[in-house]
Design a binder for this molecule. Sequence first.
Ligand SMILES: NC(=O)c1ccc[n+]([C@@H]2O[C@H](COP(=O)([O-])OP(=O)(O)OC[C@H]3O[C@@H](n4cnc5c(N)ncnc54)[C@H](OP(=O)(O)O)[C@@H]3O)[C@@H](O)[C@H]2O)c1
Length: 263
Amino acid sequence: MSVSLRIGIIGGGGWLGGAIAGSILDSDLVDPRNLCLSYRSRQPDRFPDSFWTKDNQELADRSDVILLSVRPDDWPFALDASGKLVISVMAGIRLGALSERHKTGRVVRALPNAAAEVGKSYTPWIGANDITRDDRAVVRAIFETCGSEDEVASESDIDYLTGLSGSGPAFPALLAAAMMRDAVARGLPAEVARRAVNTVMSGAGRLLERGNECPDDVVQTFLDYRGTTAAAIEGMRAAGFDAAVAEGLSAAFKKSVSMGAAS
Ligand SMILES: NC(=O)c1ccc[n+]([C@@H]2O[C@H](COP(=O)([O-])OP(=O)(O)OC[C@H]3O[C@@H](n4cnc5c(N)ncnc54)[C@H](OP(=O)(O)O)[C@@H]3O)[C@@H](O)[C@H]2O)c1
């Protein structure tokens, strides 16, 4: 992929926009001078060799690819990106709405996650009919800089994955928080509990990543061992663990669909 590609990130000073900008610069996908970032209230100190502007139309005019990374409520109304490739990472906003508002058929809806900050996002995406083979290559190149990606078959898949992988980094944290609360309630010093739980989480992630195993197989291995782990898994399942996860993912899916309907 050429470093002469000009990329503009609207909301480049935000959590996700900044993480994507950092990844594409670290991997030399673009020359820093070909990266344009927009902000609203205060220009961030990051990426001093790139071009910052408050004017989103100026950003669009200077860029071949425009990445929209603002909250859906802040989605800029008047932005003419005629004929350009527009990639949105906004939860819920549908391809039809993107295409209509920005006057281009070359639109992509993508859903990275917070792990983009450490180059470990999983990003599903889908493009409108008008995107070209080169557009697909650009989308892949951008999201591979911050983790892995998949082109999916339908917008409904994106709505579902908005909860599963878009919100995903929150779920191990939720489990970790519950484990830590239990440990502290049982009298462990908070510092020890935190180190134990955080190390379990990062170690488990590394193990899954190394083997790329099916999680069900990993759980079954522990169940077959018939030790303390099996007792814990059975206790958690009996208390409704699987049902709680399914309920949460369903709530996220409904929220993503309703955000799209409101746009
Ligand atoms: N964070 C995630 O893990 C995650 C995961 C998947 C998808 N997303 C999606 O990514 C998008 C961004 O999320 P985020 O977490 O990065 O939010 P964020 O940290 O609040 O960043 C949004 C940024 O956009 C800026 N902004 C708002 N209106 C603007 C405008 N008109 N022009 C230029 N910049 C503007 C904000 O500036 P101010 O600070 O000045 O208001 C802020 O820096 C959202 O649509 C979200 O659905 C996020």
